[in-house]
Design a protein around this ligand. Structure first.
Ligand code: SF4
Ligand code: SF4
Length: 370
């Protein structure tokens, strides 16, 4: 009885479900090197229209604020519009994460449905890099065309850049493309899930430099000129770098405010987690039941985090990154990286938090010369 009460209060009072990220098909017309889903062909057992429509109702009942339809390529699914309409009819925010290759074909429907956000990937500042990463010649021009088309239709557009060793040096070029365009820009790192090779993951030094790139540019440009943010899992309690995401870091949100749904109805806390984290299938259990199971799971902490002074606030870093990189003591965490590198370089470890642009630039420069 007592534990039932705890579960109920956990679900009804403390947890604020935010977004269900739903890979509606694994089929894709791109062949991205860094694809975390290893997309290409559909799964043989993907949810049919009726099952998918029912799931949307359950997501609303579980009080999620919005659904992000992604893939594979979501616009490839024949019934995407029907599913998207159901999302809107249930008063949920609708985001569509697309590679943009077929945007012209679907633009009128996207306008009609009043989509809340179309998220396009821009992974290179040049067609050479972007096309190489996406595995499709001409992808860069189609993405830029898609962005312009969405803007012309006055649809909210955001750009996601997934950073790896291949495009790390093109961030400034991408920034110049997006500057003053009123396009939200989210930066995240590529991790070795799906078909992305481990050796192309940025190093810890590059990770820190990337965080500085975000911080310096957030400081340099107004939000109106460059609405830039880091993904919610980028950066934990740096002594120098301000929070990079939209909200302060309160620990991995897998199964809490974030939910990951595979195209066959298998559900895990976050799509970046390996399949051993599947809590159940929507074909066998209700979403409420699956969520209850997910939220009772205790998150594993690595040694570095257990010893960290901020573990109670932070609760460890991104679980998906931890599993993908199989690290033990070197998380992609700004605080841990500062502890590891800055003492060696005699940079100040303690002292007042100073996020002034000159200080950030000095650290940026110092790290760049590593
Ligand atoms: S070391 Fe772990 S607990 Fe500490 S700030 Fe980094 S991710 Fe969080
Ligand atoms: S696994 Fe990482 S990306 Fe997923 S919710 Fe947790 S912090 Fe976010």
């Amino acid at each position: 009885m007592n534990s039932m009460h705890n579960i109920t209060s956990l679900i009804t009072q403390k947890i604020k479900p935010s977004i269900a990220v739903w890979e509606i098909t694994l089929r894709c017309n791109s062949n991205c090197i860094h694809c975390g889903s290893g997309a290409g062909k559909s799964r043989s057992d993907e949810l049919n229209t009726e099952e998918a429509l029912e799931l949307i109702k359950q997501i609303r009942v579980c009080e999620y604020k919005g659904i992000a339809l992604m893939g594979g390529e979501p616009l490839i699914r024949d019934d995407w519009y029907e599913l998207a309409k159901e999302v809107k009819d249930n008063n949920l925010e609708l985001s569509i994460v697309t590679n943009g290759l077929n945007l012209r074909k679907h633009i009128e429907k996207l306008k009609k449905i009043d989509v809340d956000c179309v998220c396009l990937s821009l992974d290179g500042g040049t067609s050479k890099t972007h096309d190489y990463l996406r595995g499709i010649q001409g992808a860069f021009h189609k993405t830029i065309d898609g962005i312009n088309l969405l803007k012309k239709k006055e649809l909210p557009v955001s750009v996601i850049t997934t950073v790896s060793k291949i495009n790390f040096t093109e961030l400034n070029i991408i920034k110049n493309i997006l500057l003053d365009q009123n396009i939200a820009w989210q930066i995240q790192i590529a991790i070795p899930i799906g078909r992305f090779p481990r050796e192309l993951v940025i190093s810890e030094e590059q990770f820190y430099t990337l965080a500085l790139f975000i911080a310096v540019n957030v400081k340099k440009y107004s939000y109106k000129r460059l609405p830039l943010i880091g993904a919610h899992c980028m950066g934990h309690f740096s002594r120098f770098i301000p929070n990079l995401g939209l909200a302060p870091w309160i620990g991995c949100q897998a199964g809490i405010s974030v939910l990951g749904i595979q195209s066959n109805g298998d559900i895990k806390g976050c799509l970046t987690l390996p399949d051993e984290f599947i809590e159940g299938s929507i074909r066998e259990k209700s979403l409420t039941e699956i969520l209850r199971g997910l939220r009772l799971k205790k998150k594993k902490l690595i040694t570095n985090c257990i010893k960290c002074d901020l573990v109670n606030n932070c609760k460890g870093g991104c679980l998906g990154t931890m599993y993908a990189l199989q690290y033990n003591n070197s998380p992609y965490c700004l605080r841990a990286i500062e502890n590891k590198f800055f003492s060696k370089k005699n940079l100040p470890l303690k002292g007042k938090l100073d996020s002034s642009i000159s200080k950030l630039k000095n650290i940026y420069k110092a790290l760049y010369q590593i």
